[in-house]
Design a binder for this molecule. Sequence first.
Ligand code: ZN
Length: 196
Amino acid sequence: MMSTDPRADASALAGHSSLTPHRTPPAGVPGRRAFADVVAANAQYAQHFTGMNLGGRAARGLAVITCMDSRIDPLGVLGMKPGDAKILRNAGARVTDDVLRTLVLACYLLEVNRVLVMPHTRCAMIGREEAEIHAQIASKYGVDTRGFEFRTSSDVTSTLRADVQRIRSFPLLPARLPVAGAVYNVDTGALKLIDD
Ligand SMILES: [Zn+2]
């Protein structure tokens, strides 16, 4: 659902009343039923599948780190198609240890030769304090998440610069690997590269 609220992601999650915290799955949960729509859709997809000739390498040499926000179509935004690029997604498009791990593999084994870090406007991870998110989850679900760092950011551009630099400085990646940062505008579809 589109929303003009910058906290839409988190609000949508908080409003999902069927989520109930538990440490062990209760017996008899009808998990498969929750996926009936996607299983049915896949049956249709597989009937008309045309991607069997795609390789596992990035045909256009690009890796993109972007947010999990469902408003973003990373391939469409960049004029690419399946097979062209490696897409790495997490909350806030942050360069985490696991992103670095994946980039090392992508660069040396899967023909990635350029990296774009692409956070976005109106991200629920930007402009909020960590404590605010912990409190929101605690009050709604009674779960204490304070042992986690969600990696919120007060400013998208300064955080993006630091994340781009983190990739450039990572010693296991190729020394001359081109790395850029750009903010995707979810309202206009436009991408704005940041200055180095
Ligand atoms: Zn986001």
